[in-house]
Write a protein of this length. Structure first.
Length: 174
């Protein structure tokens, strides 16, 4: 069975109204920053992707979820193996429908996927209702190396509550 992939919209937007309340009338600054909206077509080069893993999942209180991006593949929508050589999009959201306070992304003990981070113990904390979105459309993107840098660890930092996550990873298989 052959599959194709088209990512129809990748966009980051921040819109604001900032009002200065004055005695003789208010002034308002309304503006936005937007990425303009990008797409990825089917393939493995620049502005292309051929692999997607997307799920809504939970992590037990004080638990962890380890996603192996290459050597022990994740299972995709059509029961196909999702083997990433490069990650183009990484989206992880801690849904606010859960009571979990924060999650930490990164800091796997072995073979950590860190090409998108720097430092000696790289990790990112996402707070309840928050998310992280990384996008690298170029041909290199964020590299994944089998049995060397292919483990993406997500830790539920809340000792009492289950964390509910939405995860989407899009990339190239070669």
């Amino acid at each position: 069975m052959s599959t194709t992939l088209a990512i129809n919209k990748i966009q980051g937007v921040v819109t604001w109204d900032n009002e200065n309340v004055l005695t003789l009338g208010n002034t308002v600054n309304s503006n936005s920053f937007a990425s303009g909206g990008s797409t990825l077509t089917n393939g493995t080069g620049a502005n292309q992707a051929d692999t997607i893993y997307a799920t809504t999942t939970t992590i037990a209180a004080a638990g962890t979820l380890n996603l192996n991006l290459n050597s022990t593949p994740l299972t995709g929508f059509f029961a196909q193996n999702c083997v990433f050589a490069r990650v183009k999009i990484l989206y992880i959201e801690l849904q606010n429908a859960t009571a979990a306070s924060t999650i930490t992304i990164g800091a796997a003990a072995t073979h950590p996927f860190v090409s998108w981070l720097s430092g000696t113990t790289p990790a990112v904390v996402v707070r309840n209702g928050g998310f992280i979105l990384l996008y690298a459309p170029d041909a290199t993107a964020y590299t994944v190396t089998s049995a060397s840098s292919d483990q993406l660890l997500i830790t539920n930092n809340d000792a009492s509550n289950v964390a509910t996550l939405r995860i989407a990873i899009v990339g190239a298989s070669v």
